[in-house]
Design a protein around this ligand. Structure first.
Ligand SMILES: [Zn+2]
Length: 78
């Protein structure tokens, strides 16, 4: 098995780790509701992409609630 020939100094380790920092995500404002959104994606809050409504948020929310209810009922039955 290959093994490093020398110990990596503190300096070398730290110099490498100097590049590990994460960058903040670049968020845009939704033109409809002002919510922070990922650029080039539909808004999760109001379902608009630009001026067009592309997601029916209310039906989606209903589905989500129903799913949650079903799950709770299942856990109660057991
Ligand atoms: Zn929005």
């Amino acid at each position: 098995m290959a093994v490093p020939k020398r110990k990596k100094s503190k300096r070398r380790t730290r110099q490498g780790r100097a590049h590990h920092a994460l960058n903040a995500v670049n968020l845009a404002d939704c033109p409809k509701c002002g919510e922070k959104i990922m650029p080039h994606t539909a808004c999760v809050n109001c379902g608009h992409y630009g001026d067009k409504k592309v997601i029916d948020v209310e039906t989606k929310l209903d589905k989500k609630l129903k799913k949650k209810e079903n799950k709770e009922n299942e856990t109660k039955e057991k």
